[in-house]
Ligand binder design. Structure first.
Ligand code: DGL
Length: 269
């Protein structure tokens, strides 16, 4: 059974609130699409987990989203996109469309012809080497510097986004010498758009700071149009599932969605 029908929902998942940055971009650009979000709050942070563990979570969550008939699943997490994208394509074959958050950024780097690229991400994403491999597979001349910034996602998840603590942590990471001379910094974790202003203000304005919300919308648009999947029937309020109910997640959804969000706790293990 496939789920390629235009009135079916788009599924989006992440370990926690980070993927809400992607969900919010999708919600704003495609107000007529039905959205189902899954935050795997029971297992966050993904960034410290092994690739095998992340693959296991990603398969379970995708199965659940497919049971909800999702016509498309957006892996709104760099750690899961790097560890599990190819596995998900293989495991679920043609059952749905998978969109990851790594490829749109890689394509942007190539199109914009950057020559020195900085990447900050979780340990899982940096250890996978996915950005370096994918960028250099398209252009060997691009210098890619990857820096693990493991404190950032938990810090953001705890609500430290614009205060002394976050300022100190951000400055410490971004002062790393390896980031000298970069032209663009990729925020390769979907939590990081929540501290994008602070990151941008650390650098001079000639360094571009990019995140996946800047580019993933175009990829989603392309699939919806080319596969004739734009919803033309009724639209419902987005549905939010979490694997473990947390107050911080509920608070975070309010930042993105003015309406009261109904959080549904769902154990899928
Ligand atoms: N937001 C995720 C990412 O893009 C995961 C952060 C985490 O859970 O460690 O990598």
């Amino acid at each position: 059974m496939t789920s390629f029908e235009s009135n079916k929902p788009i599924g989006i998942f992440d370990s926690g609130i980070g993927g809400l940055t992607v969900a919010n971009a999708i919600y704003r650009h495609f107000p007529n699409e039905n959205l189902i979000y899954f935050g795997d709050t029971a297992n966050l942070p993904y960034g410290d987990k092994s690739a095998d563990a992340i693959r296991y979570y990603a398969i379970k969550i995708s199965k659940f989203l497919l049971e909800q008939n999702c016509k498309m699943i957006i892996i709104a997490c760099n750690s899961a996109s790097s560890a599990a994208y190819e596995v998900l394509l293989d495991f679920f074959k043609e059952k749905t469309i998978f969109v990851n958050v790594v490829d749109p950024l890689v394509d942007h780097v190539i199109e914009a012809e950057y020559k020195k690229v900085g990447v900050i991400a979780t340990k899982a994403t940096v250890n996978s080497n996915v950005y370096k491999q994918k960028i250099q597979a398209k252009n060997q001349m691009v210098d890619v510097v990857q820096l693990a910034t493991p404190l950032l996602a938990p810090m953001i998840e705890e609500g430290f986004c614009n205060d002394e603590i976050s300022h100190t942590v951000i400055s410490k990471y971004l002062s790393d010498k390896s980031l000298n001379d970069i032209e663009v910094l990729l925020l390769a974790c979907t939590h990081y758009p929540l501290i994008k202003k602070q990151i941008q203000s650390f650098f001079s304005s000639d360094i571009t700071v990019m995140d996946s919300t800047d580019v993933v919308v175009d990829v989603v648009q392309h699939f919806l149009e080319s596969k004739n999947l734009i919803n033309t029937s009724e639209v419902n309020a987005p549905v939010f599932y979490v694997s473990d109910y947390t107050k911080s997640f509920e608070e975070a959804t309010k930042v993105f969605y003015a309406d009261k969000v109904e959080l549904i706790e769902k154990s899928i293990w």
